[in-house]
Structures are given as C-alpha cells and as structure tokens.
Design a protein around this ligand. Structure first.
Ligand SMILES: Cc1ncc(COP(=O)(O)O)c(C=O)c1O
Length: 369
C-alpha cells in the first residue's frame, strides 16, 4: 500500500499516551476491582448538579449545541468579572492549547515552555510545524522562569506556563510571575495554564485572572476536567483580551463543545459545595499520601495539587505493569529529568490505601522477602 502522503513534521510526531482506561487493564490482565490513579480526575465523581443537568438535557441531543456556548460563557464571565468576549470554550483546555498553536504559530514560529511540563504543549506546537523551545526545570522540578524569559526570541509567539505544573505538581509564585512578565514584555502571548488552580492553597500562588484584567498579554486556561469532575465531557475555557479571543475563535471548529458538556459545566460552576468538598478531600488525602511516602522513604516532589510525582529508583515501565497486576493504574512519565518517575493521582482514601499496599508488596518483593 502506498505510504500516506503527509508532511514530514506529521510523520515525526509522537502520539499522546493517556492514562490507561480501567476497562483496558481489565481486558488485558483479567484483573477486576481496579483503581485508576493515572489521570488526575476527581475521585469523588462529578457534581450531582451537573449530573442532573445532563439528564435533563438528554432529550434535546438531536439538536446541535449552541456553537458559541453563550450560557456557559456568560456564567464564566459573570463568575470572573470579565466581558463575554473575553471567554472562549474548548473541548477540554487541551483543545484551546491546540487552537492557540493553530492561531499563533506559522511555519517555524516558536513556542517556549518548561522541559518538565505538560506533554500536550509539544504535540500541539509540532502539529502545526511550530518550533518547540524548552528550558530545563529547576533542581526542584519547578519552572525556571528567568531561563524561560531568556528563551524568548523575535520568533516566539507563545509561552506556555503550567501553574501548577503537570507532571511535577510544583508551582511558581506571584512575585516570580511578575518578574517574568516584566522581562517577557509584550513580545509573545503568555498562556497561564491553570488546570489545577482550584486545588492550590498556597497564599502566594498567582491567579492569572488578575493579569488578564490588568491588560497584560496573557491567556488563562481553566478546565472542568479536574475539580469539577467532568473530564469525560471534555470542556474547558480560556480568558484573555477580546482581541486574542477573537483570533483564536477563527480556528475554532463550529460546534467544538457539546450541549451536554455546556449544561453540565454551568451547573458545576454553581455547585460551590461540591468544589469545596473536593478541595478539602484533596488537601487531606494529599497530606496523607505524602506523609506515607515520606514514612517509607520513597522520593517524591512535594505537590500543591491533586497528584504526586514519585521517583521509584527502578524501571518504571516494569513497575507500571506490576501495579496493574495488583489492580492499581498509575502513570509512568518520561522525558528529560524524569527517568524512573511516575505520577500518582490523589484518590479516595481507600484508593490511596490500595496504592500504598501495592507499593509495600512490590518493595517487599524486590527485597526478596
Ligand atoms: C497542565 C494541564 N493542562 C491542561 C490539561 C488538559 O485538560 P483538559 O483538556 O481535560 O481540560 C491537563 C490535563 O491533564 C493538564 O494537566
């Protein structure tokens, strides 16, 4: 058969490897009663109000959604005190990252991001034949903002900063962001990816919304996939100046977010109790998980969010399989500086106990006990 005629930059692209679905592991390994701690989802589930809103909207799914997502954009605009024209919706915030790459990067234009940050950045940039420019992370696996500022050139159109960062769980402060924005100036759009924003309790953590409101060349990204528990519906949003949003809208596909996702997000946004419960649960269980890792002298990067990057000191591919055989799906990560690392999402208390029990078993096995 003839080789598909695609440009070289497409042929060379890697494929995003998601956390393994529970059903797949069940099928392949014949294991039941599986816990998935691989994709940083809300272990408590979706907001009950969102579930009710989806059920109520089901009879209307023969209609196309409102392509502009008016009701949801309005709810978001009111929540954050911005204009309707400053809000854009995506099928998950990852779709907005892809739209940004399409809108901002012509052949060879550059996007700058940290080496140990979200893998989708590189894929989105390379899909459009943009040039991914990275700066190494700090020794503590944080963003090296001065180095990132230095990496900006005349060809840079986007800077992608994950705060908190996935997969490291680290964050940078308001003071550090201010210094960075002063250095970066207006040369490129700075994308503050705040997918895990709602989990962070640190008082010096910066909310990029203030920077959008101050008229800086910034887009904030948020998602309903994490604390709002709607990962399966695929819905996220961006906040920026009306001018930036208008440009990104030019590359948005007409019905990119579904009607069910839109109504669920409106309901979830209003469910403060669910978000608060989820936040408190996470803080408690994150502390538990990190304490237990410390007690076992397992190395990890202290996290401010709903997952922990663990350093296993052994081949993580093999470990990944051993965990699965014990009914626990974690997420191996790779790339520069991340050898033998895996990301473990904070689950319910029982799920976290399952992870720790599997870890203990594997440690004992390796010690030959
Ligand atoms: C840093 C970061 N940004 C964006 C996303 C995208 O999430 P979604 O597309 O589900 O909104 C994720 C998901 O894991 C993430 O970790």
């Amino acid at each position: 058969m003839r080789r598909p005629q695609v440009p070289e930059y497409i042929r060379k692209l890697g494929v995003y490897v998601p956390g393994r679905p529970i059903e797949e592991v069940q099928r392949e390994l014949g294991v039941t009663d599986i816990v998935k701690l691989a994709s940083n989802e809300n272990p408590l589930g979706p907001s009950p109000k969102a579930v009710a809103a989806v059920a109520a909207a089901l009879p209307t799914v023969h209609r196309y959604p409102d392509g502009s997502g008016y009701a949801l954009r309005r709810a978001i605009a009111v929540r954050h005190g911005v204009d309707l024209e400053q809000v854009i919706l995506g099928a998950g915030s990852v779709e907005i990252i892809e739209m940004l790459a399409r809108a901002f990067l012509a052949d060879g234009d550059e996007a700058v991001f940290s080496e140990q940050s979200f893998v989708s950045y590189e894929l989105a940039v390379r899909q459009v034949n943009g040039k991914a420019v990275t700066a190494p992370a700090t020794a503590g696996r944080g963003h090296d903002l001065p180095a990132l500022a230095c990496a900006i050139t005349d060809r840079t159109r986007l800077v992608l900063l994950a705060n908190p960062c996935n997969p490291t769980g680290t964050y940078f402060t308001r003071a550090a962001l201010d210094r960075f924005l002063a250095e970066a100036g207006d040369r490129a759009l700075v994308v503050l990816d705040q997918a895990y924003h709602e989990y962070v309790a640190q008082p010096d953590y910066p909310d990029g919304l203030a920077d959008v409101k101050a008229g800086r060349n910034v887009m904030v990204l948020r998602t309903f996939s994490k604390i709002y528990g709607l990962a399966g519906l695929r819905i996220g949003y961006g906040l920026a100046s009306a001018e930036v949003v208008a440009m990104v809208n030019r590359v948005r596909s007409p019905f990119n977010t579904s009607s069910l996702a839109q109504v669920a997000a409106v309901a979830a946004l209003d469910d403060h109790d669910w978000a608060q419960r989820s936040r408190e649960h996470n803080l408690r269980e994150l502390a538990f998980l990190q304490d237990e890792l410390r007690r076992r002298q397992v190395r990890f990067t202290p996290s401010v969010t709903n997952f922990v990057l663990v350093e296993f000191g052994t081949d993580v591919g093999e470990l990944f399989l051993e965990f699965q055989k014990r009914g626990v799906i974690i997420r191996p990560v790779g790339g520069p500086g991340l050898v033998n690392c895996a990301r473990v999402s904070v689950g319910t208390h029982a799920e976290n106990e399952r992870f720790l029990a599997a870890l203990d078993q594997l440690v004992r096995l390796r010690a030959g006990a």
